[in-house]
Design a protein around this ligand. Structure first.
Ligand code: NDP
Length: 450
């Protein structure tokens, strides 16, 4: 049998790659990870973590706005954006150290540089060749922007997370996760924000009630939403960046951010040459074991474009390691995966949308909109939406949807209930915690009329 330098070489030290590598290393396998940027990947360095830190930072603005209703006098408060960015960067440095330490403690060798597959068992990094019995592709994704005139003046989430100063006027193009999250960050920090979406509502793929409701709440927070519009071109002037819209309107801003989707980072690393099949959008095609068309090459995380969420990449990395290095064949179930959008207000969802559920059979819908107690006195004009989609035949709860403060925290718990197959009767039999918003999920009794 041919001998290799390593049992496993992983390309990409993001969430999925680190999990798989450190498990295999911990089980005594000889493992290397190749990373061309920083250990931690998109989630830790350019995504979830820095984004959430900026959200926390910006949210103090919201609290200050709400405080006078509760008797506070707030004088002279202002955000030092550069200080926030610096604090965020210090935390990212700390986390990079933590991730590096995890790899070291599990005897995983970190190879710094860009990996290119030379053949199905060989990875080349800066002219050096390393061989492995198995190769795991975990190279993530990267923002994509449309090819329009002046696109070089636009930024993506990568740069938006690192702006030296807060832009006073921001245009954000796109209506997905990233666009609505950054709209909330910039608005709460004090920028004037315009969101340009090509559809009629934000968050395509989410429940229609959630989409419409979130859009309305964003407008109440003074985010201008330009619907059914696209940016045709950008020009830099002394006044700022001028964006021309499809309807002929022109808008000037200090920053124009495109959040128009992400693509797998799979080109130019020798995948196709090694026989690994890619989909049209560049995603690595894998089976339920995350195995590619080449039997010893596997792929997990955003580069496979299945469900592009950190915990999913981690679970895929874990399943790969269990299956291949721990004698414990494990496949991931892609049902009932909860997710959250950290917009303002945030969204939390698990299970089926009303439209998806209707395709499976008759349903009952429970829906409530109410003013959260905090805003009875704060004076903020904001409501919360909660929705349950229930199978009319079995009484099983098929979907839980929420837009409002703490939705991501609340939905995580409900995801366990859905995972256990909870029925609406069991939701009803659960005692609420008073006074909370979450208690509404166990006190909704009136079916929405058909
Ligand atoms: P999404 O795919 O979620 O959204 C892309 C948005 O851009 C859509 O509104 C889309 O419109 C629009 N769009 C695409 N192309 C164009 C174009 N040429 N002109 C104008 N608009 C365009 O991508 P994101 O970049 O927001 O996020 C990428 C992925 O990252 C998400 O799908 C998610 O999996 C993950 N993510 C998860 C987060 C979380 O869990 N909180 C946070 C951030 C990212 P349309 O709807 O009409 O297609």
């Amino acid at each position: 049998m041919r001998s290799y330098d390593f049992d496993l070489i992983t390309i990409g030290a993001g969430s999925g790659g680190v999990r798989a590598s450190r498990l295999a290393g911990g089980w005594g396998k000889r493992v290397a990870v190749v990373e061309k940027s920083r250990v931690g990947g998109t989630c830790v360095m350019r995504g979830c973590v820095p984004k959430k830190l900026l959200i926390y930072g910006a949210q103090f603005g919201e609290a200050l706005e709400d405080a006078p209703g509760y008797g506070w006098t707030v004088d002279g408060a202002r955000l030092d954006w550069a200080a926030l960015i610096e604090a965020k960067n210090r935390e990212l440095d700390r986390l990079e150290g933590v991730y590096g330490g995890i790899l070291r403690r599990n005897n995983v060798q970190l190879i710094d540089g860009k990996a290119v597959l030379a053949d199905a068992h060989t990875v080349e990094v800066a002219g050096q060749h390393f061989t492995a019995e198995k190769i795991l592709i975990a190279c993530g994704g990267w923002p994509t922007v449309p090819n329009i005139p002046g696109i070089e003046y636009a930024i993506t989430s990568n740069e938006a997370l690192d702006l030296g100063e807060l832009p006073s006027r921001v245009i954000i193009v796109g209506g997905g996760y990233i666009a609505v999250e950054f709209a909330g960050i910039f608005r709460a920090a004090g920028s004037a924000v315009t969101l340009v979406i090509r559809g009629s509502e934000v968050l395509r793929g989410f429940d229609e009630d959630v989409r419409i409701f979130l859009g309305s709440q964003m407008v109440k927070r003074d985010i201008t939403v330009r619907r059914e519009a696209v940016v045709r071109g950008l020009v830099k002037t002394n006044e700022g960046i001028v964006a021309t819209l499809s309807d002929g309107d022109a808008m000037t801003a200090d920053a124009v951010m495109f959040a128009t989707g992400r693509s797998p980072n799979t080109r130019g690393i020798g995948l196709e040459e090694a026989g690994v099949e890619l989909a049209l959008n560049g995603a690595v095609i894998v089976d339920e074991w995350s195995r590619t068309s080449v039997p010893n090459i596997f792929a997990v995380g955003d580069c496979t474009d299945r469900i592009n969420l950190t915990p999913v990449a981690i679970a895929e990395g874990q399943a790969f390691a269990e299956t291949n290095f721990n004698g414990n064949p494990t496949c991931l179930a892609y049902e009932n995966i909860p997710s959250a959008v950290f917009s303002a207000p945030p969204v939390g969802v698990v299970g089926l949308t009303e439209t998806q559920a209707l395709l499976r059979g008759p349903i009952d819908v429970y829906l409530t909109r109410f003013r959260p107690m905090r805003h009875t006195i704060s004076g903020r004009d904001e409501s919360t939406l909660m929705k349950l989609v229930v199978c009319a035949d079995t009484d099983r709860v098929l979907g839980c949807h929420m837009v409002g403060a703490d939705a991501p925290e609340i939905i995580q718990g409900l995801a366990i209930a859905l995972q256990c197959g909870a029925t609406k009767a069991q939701f009803n039999a659960t005692i609420g915690i008073h006074p909370t918003a979450a208690e509404e999920f166990v006190t909704m009794r009136e079916k929405r009329p058909d």
